[in-house]
Structure formats: structure tokens, C-alpha cells
Design a protein around this ligand. Structure first.
Ligand code: F0G
Length: 357
């Protein structure tokens, strides 16, 4: 077995690279597809649920799949600087891959509205972090404007190479399962990732590698759910800051995915999202960030209601790692922390009082 060197090397034939292209990689992709044991049992439903743990990519989110491609192509085309607007994960990935490539990264983030882990990453990798007094949608508009006036390559998901890289997650799932799942549930912000997954599944179908494609289900946070409103949302708000987006960039593409796959969009309240995040952490040992739990939150509800029928094989994408947002995790785990005297009696009492029945 040869050393794993990232998804471009692995899927070279299916990606727009040349033999002599210098690949900018951190070994992204090849993430675990974990079959849930306890949650299906607790739901009392006969379903197979898998989570694709994208939080285990090098910078802790699925963005690395797109960023390896976008930065590889930017460098190939002679670009010396990349730029993005971001709710945090794209900026972390852009910063890391720019460092790897030896180029400059500029990132625009909404002032005070990104999770601490993501800010730490963008700063630590040495990108220029520009906090704007506005939200992601404002940042995206500004990035598009400034890119016409400065020599910078946009690495948001409007960059088509991003989608090319991200489609490989669908390839991996098909290879692990020996075919496509029945349903693929995924959090939706800009809708780049749902578009990318559908592209991956469709490509495998077109090339005869699979006979079926999944029904694509996109879940949004209730306070930031333009696909449910049927129009752009101007003041998006949700605890899941990664998907605090009101003007999705891949609007038409996402509606097309819904239509072609026979899927649907739905929304989850912040409460439901945090509950799913906690369930996954406590019942399965898998820690994802709030936005990522939106896929499981919606899936569990649709399984309970029967909209996703028994006997189904379901994949939920967990887009980012739980460590990205320690503040939200700690805030909702109150009661789990105690302080005792540093003596045997106190520690023993703490253990006996908290023993499971
Ligand atoms: N989940 C996480 C953890 C994300 O960071 C994002 C997007 C999404 C889901 C939604 O993916 O936009 O392709 O529909 N984050 C972007 C960012 C906006 O800047 O990091 P999408």
C-alpha cells in the first residue's frame, strides 16, 4: 500500500490537474465514515446511519477538500495571493493552504461572529485577518468587488475548483459503502457542498460506477434558512455561526440538486441543532461543531416522522470538528464541571455520587 498523499493524488483522473501540476496538499480527504450504533437504537427505527466525519481533515473541516484544489490551481495560474469571506472554516483552510504554498491569504470575517478555534487558525497560519462590521454576506460582496481591483484569487466556493475538490467526498462514500446511500443529509449555508456532493454522485453514475444516486436533503438553521423562505434573508442569525448565511452563493445550483435528486430542504431550530450535537458527542463519541450537527438533527426528525423510511441507508455529513467552537460546547455542558478539595475523600465522593446506575 502506498502512502496516502491527499485527494488530488487519489482522484487525479477525475480532477482538472496536469501531470506536472505542483500539488498543494496537507493530506486532506480519506475521512472516516462512522456507522452509528446507539442513536438508531434509541430512535427505535431500523435505519443505517453513517456520519462522514469531515472534521478530521487537516484544518478540521470539509473546506480542505476544496482548498487543496483551489490553491493548487491558483498557484498553477501564477497567483500570489488568495482571498475569501468566511464564517471561519474557509478562512482557516485558506490560511493553512496559503502557508503551505508560500503565498499570501487575506480573509474577511464577521466581527465577533466566528468560533474561537477558527480565528486561532487564521491568525496562527499568518493570514491577514480583516474583521468587518457586517455579516458573511457583506464580506462575500466585498470580496467580489475587491477582487476586480486587486491581484487576488477568490477561494470561496464560487471558485469552481473548490467544488471539484469537494465532490471527492461522494466518491469516498460510494467506495466505502459499495454503492450510493439512499439519502445524503447535509448542512446548507452557501450550498456549495451540497452542489459538490451531487456532482460527485452524478459523475459516478454517469460513468457507470454506481447505478443509483442518493436523495439529497439539505438542512438549514431556522434563523438562516433562505431555501425555506424561498428568498434571501437579510439578517441571518443562528448559534451555528458557520452557516449564518442569508444570501447563498449557489442558489440556483442547490435548487437544481433538489430537483434532480428528488430531495428537499428543511430547517432546524438552534435548540434542535445543539441537542443533536450533544447526542452525537454523548451517545456515539463523535464531536462535531454546531453547524455540522444540523444534518443529523434534521435526519433524526425525518426518520422519526417516516419521511426517511425504515430500511434506509443514510449518510450525514459532519462538516467540521467540535473543537472549532469550544465556547458553545462548554456553554451547553454546564453541570458537567465540578471543583473539589485535593484529597482522597472528596475525589472518592465525587466518583461515587456520579456512578452510572
Ligand atoms: N458546515 C460548516 C462547518 C461550514 O463551515 C459551512 C460553511 C457549511 C456547513 C455550509 O457549507 O456553504 O457549502 O453550504 N462555511 C463557510 C465558511 C461559509 O466560510 O467557512 P456550504
Amino acid at each position: 500500500r502506498t502512502r496516502y498523499t491527499g485527494l488530488i493524488d487519489r482522484y487525479r483522473d477525475r480532477l482538472p490537474v496536469h501531470d506536472d501540476t505542483r500539488i498543494i496538499s496537507l493530506g486532506e480527504g480519506n475521512t472516516p465514515l462512522i456507522r452509528l450504533n446507539n442513536i438508531p437504537r434509541e430512535l427505535g427505527k431500523d435505519v443505517d446511519i453513517y456520519v462522514k466525519y469531515e472534521g478530521l481533515n487537516p484544518t478540521g473541516s470539509f473546506k480542505d477538500r476544496g482548498m487543496t484544489m483551489a490553491v493548487t490551481k491558483a498557484v498553477e495560474e501564477g497567483s500570489k495571493a488568495i482571498i475569501c469571506a468566511s464564517t471561519g472554516n474557509t478562512s482557516a483552510a485558506a490560511a493553512a493552504y496559503a502557508s503551505r504554498a508560500g503565498i499570501t491569504a487575506f480573509v474577511l470575517i464577521p466581527d465577533g461572529k466566528i468560533a474561537m478555534g477558527k480565528l486561532a487558525q487564521a491568525m496562527m497560519h499568518g493570514s491577514t485577518v480583516i474583521q468587518i462590521k457586517g455579516n458573511f454576506d457583506d464580506g462575500m460582496r466585498l470580496v467580489k468587488e475587491v477582487a476586480t481591483e486587486a491581484p487576488v484569487t477568490i477561494v470561496n466556493s464560487i471558485n469552481p475548483y473548490r467544488i471539484q475538490g469537494q465532490k471527492t467526498a461522494a466518491f469516498e462514500i460510494v467506495e466505502e459503502l459499495g454503492g450510493a446511500p439512499d439519502f445524503h443529509c447535509i448542512p446548507v449555508g452557501n450550498a456549495g457542498n451540497i452542489t459538490a456532493h451531487w456532482m460527485g454522485y452524478s459523475e459516478y453514475k454517469d460513468h457507470g460506477i454506481v447505478n443509483t444516486t442518493p436523495t439529497m436533503v439539505g438542512y438549514q438553521a431556522a434563523g438562516a434558512a433562505p431555501f425555506m423562505r424561498g428568498e434571501m434573508v437579510d439578517e441571518p442569525e443562528t448559534v451555528a455561526t458557520a452557516i449564518r448565511i442569508g444570501h447563498p452563493q449557489s442558489w440556483d445550483k442547490a435548487w437544481n440538486v433538489k430537483k434532480e435528486s428528488g430531495g428537499w430542504f428543511d430547517e432546524c431550530t438552534d435548540e434542535l441543532i445543539l441537542e443533536a450535537q450533544k447526542w452525537l458527542a454523548r451517545k456515539e463519541g463523535v464531536f462535531c461543531e454546531p453547524a455540522s450537527a444540523t444534518s443529523l438533527a434534521g435526519a433524526m426528525r425525518d426518520i422519526k416522522s417516516g419521511k426517511i423510511p425504515e430500511g434506509s441507508k443514510i449518510v450525514c455529513t459532519l462538516t467540521g470538528h467540535g473543537l472549532k467552537d469550544p465556547d458553545t460546547a462548554i456553554a451547553q455542558s454546564q453541570g458537567g464541571l465540578m471543583t473539589v478539595e485535593a484529597n482522597l475523600d472528596s475525589v472518592k465522593r465525587a466518583i461515587l455520587d456520579n456512578m452510572a446506575e
